[in-house]
Design a protein around this ligand. Structure first.
Ligand SMILES: [Zn+2]
Length: 207
């Protein structure tokens, strides 16, 4: 369980940091990590404020959602997290936020086009929009997986943001970049013409 305790601490630290950054508000958003040795998921609990959260509030579940360790219920979005770990053996952390600029585009159901060079390495280019699914369902994960493919983040229709990574730090920075790109896209739209980086430049950058 040593690995799991380390992951709990990292999840706590990153959750509090994200709350202070404005990526998380109240009890919304959730963060998890997958431990490949035990095949268990360490995830934020449901309905606990981030500013009051302690390491022992973080829970451990198996891929079917059974509580293995912890005194709370897992995040209500545990099915979305588990669906991603079951389908992608290259993903070990899932980060879900309702960060405001990106969530506004999720309400518009409008992808964030490739407008900034850092979107290539950090997000795999444009940020796509997953089809609407009811919160708390497995379908949330299924729809997200359809658009994620070679992307590292996507918008969830009328809901928020999903970012994936090999580590907690990686999924966190990707969630940050989705919000950053959304914020800049918002201001660029207000300012006039949005010039999108061409496919040709995107391919040159991917080499
Ligand atoms: Zn949510």
């Amino acid at each position: 369980m040593e690995n799991l305790d380390v992951l709990k601490e990292q999840i706590l630290e990153t959750s509090i940091y994200s709350y202070n950054q404005g990526l998380f508000a109240g009890t919304s958003g959730n963060l998890s990590a997958f431990d490949k040795e035990s095949k268990l998921v360490v995830i934020t609990p449901t309905s606990i404020r981030y500013d009051k959260m302690k390491a022992d509030d973080i829970v451990v579940i198996d891929l079917e959602g059974k509580l293995v360790d912890g005194k709370h219920e897992p995040s209500s979005e545990w099915q979305m997290h588990c669906e991603i770990y079951k389908s992608r053996n290259d993903v070990f952390s899932v980060f879900h936020t309702h960060s405001p600029y990106a969530t506004a585009f999720a309400v518009n159901r409008r992808p964030i086009p490739l407008i900034l060079i850092e979107m290539v390495p950090f997000l795999g280019g444009e940020v796509p929009v997953a089809k609407f699914a009811l919160p708390g369902t497995k379908k949330m994960g299924i729809e997200a997986l359809k658009v994620l493919d070679r992307k590292f983040g996507c918008l969830l229709s009328n809901h928020g943001v999903l970012a994936i990574g090999k580590t907690i730090d990686e999924s966190h920075i990707r969630a940050e970049y989705v919000e950053d790109a959304a914020k800049i896209f918002h201001y660029a739209l207000n300012g006039g013409v949005v010039n999108i980086i061409s496919k040709d430049i995107e391919e040159q950058m991917m080499k």
